[in-house]
Design a protein. Structure first.
Length: 116
């Protein structure tokens, strides 16, 4: 395809990826205030990622244009990372919890209330 056509089609594919993630995953704000490492959110993110990857692959194969695959793939990776990061953040500390660990249920010492 010519660049005048492939770039707008690639951007339209990125919009399609964005809409897939909007429909399949909670908003980023909801992810940040939810308990970290929620397995339901992780499943929803994986479903959205695979659906978006299939859509990007199908569109780029039909069009036979690597630019569409590149733009759509970058959008898919960025939105998947955003959803995973939002699912890892502990709302009490604002820090990401490492994969495979559960957050400490006790408040950190610097955020704990100490009466004067």
């Amino acid at each position: 395809m010519k660049p005048e056509v492939s770039i707008p089609v690639g951007l339209a594919t990125a919009v399609l990826v964005y809409s897939i993630f909007q429909q399949a995953t909670p908003s980023y704000v909801d992810l940040r205030v939810n308990e970290p490492m929620d397995p339901d959110v992780a499943k929803a993110e994986r479903v959205a990622t695979w659906t978006a990857a299939a859509a990007v692959s199908g569109i780029s194969l039909i069009a036979q244009d690597p630019v569409i695959f590149l733009i759509g793939g970058i959008a898919t990776i960025a939105l998947a990372w955003q959803a995973r990061h939002g699912n890892m953040v502990d709302p009490t500390t604002g820090l990401a919890v490492p994969r495979g660990s559960r957050p400490n249920p006790q408040m950190p010492a610097d955020l704990a209330y100490t009466p004067a």
